[in-house]
Design a protein around this ligand. Sequence first.
Ligand code: ADP
Length: 226
Amino acid sequence: MSDAVLTLSAIKRGYREGPARVEVLKGADLSINRGEMVALVAPSGAGKSTLLHVAGLLEKPDAGDVHIEGKLLGDIDEAGRTALRRSTIGFIYQFHHLLPEFTALENVVMPQLIRGFSKREAEVRGRELLGVLGLEPRLNHRPAELSGGEQQRVAIARALANGPALLLADEPTGNLDPKTSDTVFSALSALVRGAGVGALVATHNLELAGRMDRRVTIVDGLVVPL
Ligand code: ADP
C-alpha cells in the first residue's frame, strides 16, 4: 500500500473571467506522504489557494484525480466529500477563524462533537492537544483574550482535533511577528511529525519553507520542485 495521504494527478482547474477563461492549474501532479511536510511557495496569483481548495475537497477540479489515503474522490457525492473532509483533513488559515464566543477548549471540542465524539472524549483530546501546544493555562480564555500566537496555536489544535491524515495550511504564520511565527511553526511541525500527518503548507516565508521536508512551487499551472 502506498504511504501517500494525498495524491493529485493531472489536476486542471480554471475560472471564467468575463468573456475569457483563466486556466490556473493545467495538469498539476503532487503527492504527499504520511509524516511529510511540504512547503508550497509561489507568487500571489500562481494558484496556491486553488491547489489547497482542490486538495481539501472544497472545489472540484475540472479534470484529473484526487486520492485521499488511496481513496479516489471522483465518484463520491457531496455528502460523502463533506464527511471525508471532516474525518481526514485539517485546515489552518492565515487568520485563525476561531469562534469568538467560545473558549479555546470549546473551539477544539466543537469539530469533534460534529464528527460524533462524546463531549467527554472531545474534552480529553482538546486538553491534551492544547497542553502540548503550551496552552494549558489558557483553556478557558476566549480568542479575544489570547495573543496572536496563542490564537494560532488554538487553530492548530482545532485542525488536528479529529486526527486528520492530511493537514492543509495557508500562510499559517503569515499574520505573526518573526519570533512568534518561529514558535508556532516549531509547535506545528512537532505535532505533524509526531502524529504522522502529511502536510501541505503554503508560505512566503523561505526560512520556514527551508525547515520542511520538501519545497514545491507552481509554474505555468504545474507543480514543480523548488
Ligand atoms: P494564489 O493563492 O497563489 O494567490 P489563487 O489560487 O487564489 O492564487 O488564484 C489563481 C488565479 O485564479 C488568480 O488569477 C485568481 O484571480 C483566479 N481565481 C481564483 N479563484 C477564482 C474564482 N473563484 N473566480 C475567478 N477567478 C479566480
